[in-house]
Design a binder for this molecule. Sequence first.
Ligand code: SF4
Length: 446
Amino acid sequence: MDALPPVHGAPGPSAETTAPLAGGVVPPATTARLFLAADPTFAAHRAVYGPMPSIEHPNALVDELRLSGLDGRGGAGFAVWRKVAAVRNSSARRSKRPIVVANGSEGEPLSRKDETLMRRAPHLVIDGLLACAAVVGATDATLYVSTEGANVMRAAMAERADAAHVAVVVAPDGFVTGEATAVANALEHGVSVPRDHVVHLSESGVRGRPTLVQNVETLAQLALIARFGAAWFRSIGTADEPGTRVVTVSGAVDIPQVIEVAGGTPIRAIIDACMRPDHTLAGSLIDGSATPLSATEGRPSPVRAVLVGGYHGGWVPGDRLSVPLSRAELAPYGAQPGAGVLFVLGATACGLETSANIAAYLAGQSAGQCGVCVNGLPAMADVLSRLAARHRDARLPAEITRLADLVTGRGSCSHPDGTARFVLSSLTAFETDVRAHLEGRCEVHG
Ligand code: SF4
């Protein structure tokens, strides 16, 4: 899927948060925050955002990050200020120089946001990386990115003198190669497989040094907070989901694209932003319950479900699309905003079949280190595929649940947990289909 230009349109913040700063720079006033530069050049970047302030008081920026509520945009959603403070403290306590890493490896197959961000706003990523390095006192900074990302980031770095020391490491393809400990392993040993989480990377990561790994969108957001402050960041979004986030929308939409949206935006509104005007869902939802769109020729099928958070996320059923992109509201569905992935499943697709294909892919992505992952995930995917193929065996759902329980919490990394969560969410979201399949029927395939 090609990443198309972002869509913007949320209302702007109050006047005081958009007052011009020194140099005439005006803080972005709408959801169009990260993609404002006319092109990816340093000149266009500086024209819109102005110079990056020097980090003279690292603790002040950590505090600003805490007040902003910025969470990581790579998937896990940790509070950014906590990770930064942990590395800073560990470095001071152990007298070890830390390492900072920008992670743009984007192993999630449904995500294009990091690639789009690096292509369109590479200097925000570099600003954020250099700011992080300054805050924690790191002299080593690395970009761990896809091949495409490496090309655009190298071109951007060549435009500015302050990034000459930043190393670029190309990440191999693979679902788990972007996991933070896999990143640390890649930089230290050249092998992108996760390692045990017994010791946090903030304590001992690459070559035993405190290591800070941040997603590239997280760094771009941090670069804006360093310029415009926490209050400005919070002027869009909700109290629990402040700021904007970049999401990738694909599947049964007219315009698959990468868009920047306000935190807490309802899923339905995001989907509508990816539909032609005559295809929007807004009119089809009354009091949170879906009414199938009329079967007028040319109109899209109603949405069966939306996979939120990517392959380690969860399905939100089509009659619950008023749910906002928020950790608290998505939790009941086993989903989270995560890396900002929305995959829309239309009515002509079988949810169990799609889920079985994804589970089989995830089973094949094991790094081959933990028995429970190597054996448990293929077994779980196999049972789900039998259910998808309409085997009349009433024991299948219970067996899936048993295997999901068995693998959860037992791997060195979160891959088994994420896979189990996704598979369980499939059973819940497609409950009606499960019953039909056990009777040898399928709503889609008959
Ligand atoms: S849980 Fe799976 S993916 Fe994670 S380290 Fe173990 S084998 Fe590798």
